[in-house]
Ligand binder design. Structure first.
Ligand code: DNO
Length: 346
């Protein structure tokens, strides 16, 4: 595996100079952030980003994410033009040597949490998802700003889009995902780019919206929808983990040829559907991180892995989940597990 770090470009308070000093850090995961969703990422923009990252001695072969326009998820007539644009972006990424593209197919919202700065016993803060808080939100009427959304909607726009989604159930969303994949995977193959769909976070339906990439059966169906290994997945432990019946180690083994990217972080399951993001180490959460890294090791995973959401520690402020310190600690811990597994296996 190759340890990587997510970087949000020049506006990220965390700099490439800081990231390159993290021991064992090999590469950057990033995206083009100033092109509206649905438009083509030009070769020049991607090349400039790649040059900037490589000038710091870090590799750049993984994109997170090329966002999928809502019209594609909803199966609107404009989807063909938008899918053509997506393919053009893949061609440009291919020309720049990009090998993995992460994306998701979650309607309207990306990852969702009820609090971004929940204070932990040790004084650090974390992102948490408390179902009782979420249940109180009235999306159509409350004025809410949530993180993780690739688009910010006004209240009226959000109301409109939620109403449009009322006609789309899980089955329809699968159909629309299939339509998209059948067009983009051949283009990804030609460019030698592995597509890696990110699971829904949390791994269940929220706000009455359909959500389909959440468990073993989803991955089975995804694999069957387009049987190419280029139609792959981002195995995100923190997104799949809140559902205790997801056997992450089994998923890693059974879908080994489809896993192209690993997001490895821990969460603590609390009552019902609630969970808290914790430090990466096993002892703080519900996920055995040793078992996860061992599974990646056993499948001889050679792709990128990154630490994921960190807590805010040592007074750091910044993008929720994406500070420097706790993610750096996480990556060192994961690298340490890997070294120990490697040495004890030889
Ligand atoms: C959360 C991330 C997600 C992910 C997208 C991929 O922090 O893992 O936001 O980047 O869902 O498209």
């Amino acid at each position: 595996m190759k340890m990587t770090f997510r970087w949000y470009g020049d506006s990220d308070p965390v700099t490439l100079d800081q990231i390159r000093q993290i021991p064992g850090m090999k590469g950057i995961v990033s995206a083009i952030y100033d092109v509206p969703v649905g438009e083509v990422w030009s070769y020049e923009k991607i090349k400039a980003l790649k040059d900037k990252i490589e000038a710091k001695g870090l590799e750049f072969t993984t994109i997170e994410s090329v966002p999928v326009h809502e019209d594609i998820k909803m199966g609107k007539p404009s989807r063909d033009r938008l899918i053509d644009n997506y393919c053009e972006t893949l061609n440009n990424l291919g020309k720049c040597g990009i090998k993995v593209v992460c994306y998701n197919f979650m309607p309207v919202f990306d990852w969702t949490r009820s609090e971004l700065d929940h204070v932990n016993k040790d004084g650090s803060t974390s992102l948490v998802y408390y179902q009782d808080q979420i249940d109180k939100w009235d999306l159509k009427n409350d004025e809410l700003t949530l993180p993780g959304w690739d688009a910010s909607y006004t209240k009226d726009q959000l109301k409109g889009i939620l109403e449009e989604y009322e006609a789309i159930d899980d089955e329809k969303l699968w159909e629309n995902l299939g339509y998209f994949l059948k067009k983009i995977i051949p283009v990804a193959e030609i460019n030698d780019i592995r597509m890696a769909i990110h699971p829904d976070d949390p791994p269940w339906g929220i706000f009455g919206l359909p959500r389909i990439i959440k468990d073993y059966d989803s991955y089975k169906r995804l694999a069957e929808t387009v049987p190419s290994t280029y139609n792959g997945i981002t195995l995100c432990t923190g997104s799949l983990g809140p559902n205790a019946s997801n056997d992450l180690v089994k998923l890693i083994h059974d879908f080994s040829d489809r896993i192209h990217f690993g997001h490895v972080r821990n969460i603590l399951r609390v009552d019902g559907n609630s969970f808290e993001e914790t430090a990466h180490m096993s002892e703080y959460g519900s996920i055995d991180m040793y078992e996860i890294m061992k599974a990646f090791y056993d499948i001889k995973f050679e792709g990128p892995i990154r630490p994921d959401h960190g807590r805010m520690v040592w007074g750091e402020t910044g993008k929720p989940g994406y500070g420097l310190y706790d993610r750096a600690l996480g990556s060192c811990y994961l690298n340490g597990l890997w070294e120990a597994i490697d040495k004890s296996t030889k």
